[in-house]
Design a binder for this molecule. Structure first.
Ligand SMILES: *Cc1c(COP(=O)(O)O)cnc(C)c1O
Length: 349
């Protein structure tokens, strides 16, 4: 259990901010009988001539049912990246506050911290790519407002140990953001269920990976009501466009299709893992709870170029800490994986 006073963590200028009140948030457009002359829109109907619902009620209702969580605990962003940016902006005073990230991990935490002029204190994962809780205790200070934990982690692919995450939640007097972009590829439960137990917990998910909707840019944030209210206060009024809201609702109404795709992806992942074991230039295969596999090879730059010559693009993570000579391979279709394995076998010769 953790009970932090969230308002004490908010930046002073955000605390006192009076948010922009948009026409559509003052009077939402669900009732078709009303005559809307308040937002200077073109009145001729084409299904998107009106501004979208600022608070995405219909879409959040679907998510609320699916995740068994109240609408008040959901915030939507133009990709998770927008949400991460808003969290940093709401809680971190530029030039004085800090965040902690756990490399090797998702690169956007660092970029968004830099854009906001907030120092990113890096605490490397340990040899097993797990959290170094002792080092986090050492590195945190009064100025540390946020800790980002990515689980399953990108680019390493593994879940973070639950007890370590709990330790951070319990011992850190700031917000803990658990990025679950890849949770649907794992067998683990989401941390969403713990939101009532830890007032400092924020869970991020996305439509970009398992849901197959990277193109609509939709990230989801689950947290307590207070934190959601702060994010609502500072978000751009119409940050989720109408087309994205419609598409997201479509996918949530057809989740059977996604579930079948997830089974396919997991099968392809297991086949690829087996095949990788037979390759001599592959020195290490890291276990994966996600839709990608991290491997250590003899020479990452050389193997990366060979793959490009064979018209296959993977992610070269060679320069990331603890990832020397590592390549990250996304799981594609069965046919794409067969082609990849054939190319790998030719590269052996
Ligand atoms: C891909 C990814 C995301 C998704 O970001 P979006 O902006 O929602 O597309 C978030 N976190 C991690 C760790 C990722 O790898």
């Amino acid at each position: 259990m953790k009970n932090l006073e969230i308002l004490n963590l908010v930046r002073e200028n955000i605390k006192t901010l009076k948010p922009y009140s948009s026409a559509r948030s003052e009077f939402s457009g669900l009732d078709k009988e009303l005559i809307f002359l308040d937002a200077n829109e073109n009145p001729f109907e084409n299904s998107i001539n009106r501004y979208p619902d600022s608070y995405q009620f219909q879409l959040k209702s679907k998510l609320s049912n699916l995740k068994e969580i109240s609408i008040e605990n959901i915030f939507l962003g133009n990709g998770s990246d927008e949400i991460i940016d808003l969290i940093i902006r709401a809680f971190c005073e530029p030039k004085s506050d800090r965040i902690i990230t756990l490399p090797p991990t998702y690169g956007m935490y660092d970029v968004l911290a830099k854009i906001n002029d907030v120092e990113n204190v890096k605490v490397l994962l340990d040899r097993e790519f797990q959290i170094d809780t002792f080092e986090i205790l050492e590195k945190m200070s009064k100025q540390t407002k946020l800790i980002f934990i990515c689980s399953p982690n990108n680019p390493t692919g593994n879940l973070m140990d639950k007890e370590d995450v709990k330790f951070v939640l319990e011992n850190f007097n700031g917000l803990v953001i658990i990025d679950e972009a890849y949770i649907d590829f794992s067998m683990s439960d989401s941390w969403i269920k713990e939101i009532d137990n830890y007032t400092n917990l924020i869970v991020l998910q996305t439509f970009s990976k398992a849901y197959g909707m990277a193109g609509i840019r939709l990230g989801v944030c689950y947290s307590n009501k207070q934190i959601i209210e702060i994010l609502n206060k500072i978000k751009p009024p119409y940050n989720i466009n109408q087309l994205s809201q419609n598409k997201a609702i479509d996918v949530l109404e057809n989740l059977d299709k996604i579930k079948k795709q997830l089974i396919d992806i997991k099968i392809s992942r297991e086949i690829l893992l087996q095949e990788l074991k037979t390759l001599k230039f592959v020195k290490k295969i890291y276990p994966s709870d996600s839709n990608f596999v991290l491997i250590k090879v003899d020479d990452a730059n050389k193997r990366y170029k060979q793959l490009i010559d064979n018209r296959v693009v993977v992610r070269n993570r060679n320069t990331e800490p603890l990832c020397t000579n590592c390549l990250r391979i996304t799981i594609g279709t069965g046919i794409e994986m067969e082609k990849l394995v054939r190319i790998f076998k030719e590269m052996e010769i």
